[in-house]
Design a protein around this ligand. Structure first.
Ligand code: ZN
Length: 193
């Protein structure tokens, strides 16, 4: 099932997600629909807020990106990234660490807007998977960046908040246009119903 991806200007993107407990069949259906939606949009990560639900739920799949490596450790043992994909993170807690590095980012809620963002290179993650089983691992590279971007969404934080002033100035006009367009659409929807 294809869900509508909400764009910047929709207030749900600023809402902190509520913890999921228990993991119901509705949550499973939402996870499956989010993977369909992300696949069609060629994304590598998607948070529940981006499909209109303020929940502690995000999905990630970095397998399609061949030119930006990821690394993963379980119990400090190097582990195959692909075997962890696709990744469902429910109620995740993360601890970023390591050197702060610059890297390109986009966001499905900001179509056509890309920017260089500084983030720690590594992240330790604790979460529940789709089945509700606790998982714990450490990631680096693209996967670490994607996880930090998605967990920000779960707390109502967007990549524009992570841009430095000069970078934000470069995209400001596009971001403001997007917000105006989204607000106009939302206003139209309210009048129609
Ligand atoms: Zn995003």
């Amino acid at each position: 099932m294809d869900l509508k991806i909400v764009c910047y200007g929709d207030p749900v993107l600023r809402r902190k997600g509520v913890l999921i407990d228990p993991i119901t069949p509705e949550i499973h259906r939402l996870v499956d629909a989010m993977f369909d939606t992300m696949g069609r949009a060629n994304g590598i990560g998607l948070a529940a807020q981006q499909v209109g639900h303020a929940l502690q739920l995000a999905i990630i799949d970095v397998r399609e990106v061949k030119n930006r490596p990821s690394e993963l450790w379980v119990d400090e043992q190097p582990t195959d990234v692909e075997s962890f994909m696709p990744l469902t993170l429910i109620n995740p807690r993360i601890e970023p660490s390591g050197e702060r590095v610059l890297g390109p980012e986009g966001c499905l809620s900001f179509p056509g807007i890309y920017a260089e963002i500084t983030r720690p290179d590594q992240v330790s993650v604790q979460a529940l998977n789709r089945e509700g089983k606790p998982i714990a691992f450490r990631a680096a590279g693209l996967l670490a960046r994607a996880i930090q971007h998605e967990v920000d969404h779960l707390n109502g934080i967007l990549f524009i908040d992570r841009m430095d002033r000069a970078t934000l100035d470069e995209v400001r006009e596009d971001v403001e246009d997007l917000m105006a367009k989204t607000r106009a659409e939302l206003a139209r929807k309210t009048t129609d119903s």
